[in-house]
Design a protein around this ligand. Sequence first.
Ligand code: NDP
Length: 300
Amino acid sequence: MTDNAVTAHTAPTSITLLGTGTMGTALARAWLAAGHAVTVWNRTPARAEALAAEGATVAASAAAAVAANRLVIVCLLDDASVGEALEGADLTGRDIVNLTTGTPAEGRARAAWAEERGARFADGGIMAVPPMIGDPASGAFVFYSGSAELVEEHRATLAVPAGVNFVGRDAGFAALHDVALLSGMYGMLGGVAHAFALIRGQDIAPKELAPLLQGWLNAMSSLVHVAAERLESGDFTTDVVSSLAMQAGGIGTFTRTAEEMGVSTELLTPYFDLMRRRVESGHGDEDNAGVIDLLRVRGA
Ligand code: NDP
C-alpha cells in the first residue's frame, strides 16, 4: 500500500451529528478538532449555528443532516426525541450510533426500528461528562452495543471523543452497563452524603474527612469482585469475613449515631432493611452479596 493510499484510507470520516446540546456540542468539538467534517442539526438552530464558526456545516433539517453522511451520531435528550427527530429521515444504508441515554428496552426497540428502515444501529452509553470528551487522559469512554460490524468499521472515528467499549450484540447492553455503573455511583454518593451530614456542625472539616472517606471507599471497592465471584459460583458462605448476622447486629450503632448527630437515616435504612430480611430468612452466615437476589422482583 502506498503512503497516499494509507492517507486516503485513514482520512477522517465525514459525520453527521444530531443534537448539539451540552454533550452534543462537546462531541462535535472533539471531532472537528480531529479534522472530521461534521454536519450538525439541532431542533433549536441557534445552538447548532454556534458550531459553524468552528467549521461545522449546519443542516436545515434532521432529514438533510442524515442524508449528508453515512455515519450518523445521535445525541438527544431521550429516546422519544430520537424518534421525533428521525421520523422523516431516510435511514437506508445509514450507520446510526445513538448516544442518547435510554433504557435497555428502548435500545433494543430503537435498533429494530432503525434496522426495519434499512440502517445498521449501535446504541451507546456515555460514561463521561462533557469536559472529559476529547481528552484521552480523562478516562472518558462509551459503552457500545448492537452492530459489532458498525462499531468495528467506525472504531477510529468513535474513539475520537471517548474510548470505545463494545459490550455485545444485544442493543440493550450499552444502556444496561451504563445504568448499572451509574446506579453503583448513586449508591456511593448516597453514602458520601450521609457521611458528610454526620460531621456537619462538628469540629471536623469536610476537607479533613474527604481523603479518609475516599481512601476507605477505594479500599472497599474490591468487594465488587467478591460479590461477582459469589454470584458466579453460587457459594455465598465460604470464607465470609464479615457475616450479615454480625453486620445486622451493628445496625443500631449507625441509627443511634445518626440520631445523636441529628441526621436522617433515610439513605441508610433501605439497605439495612434488606440486610435484616436476609438474616431473618436464615442467611446470616453470608456476606453482603446475599442481599443482591433479594432485590430481584422478577425472574431473569
Ligand atoms: P441538553 O439538555 O444540553 O441537550 C438536549 C438535546 O436534545 C438538545 O439538542 C435538544 O434540542 C434536544 N432535544 C430535546 N428534545 C427534543 C425533541 N423532542 N426533538 C429533537 N431534539 C430534542 O442535554 P445533553 O446534551 O447534556 O445530553 C444529551 C444526551 O447525552 C442525553 O441523553 C444525556 O443523558 C446524555 N449524557 C449527557 C451527559 C452530561 O453530563 N451532559 C453525560 C452522559 C450522557 P434543543 O436545543 O432544541 O432543546
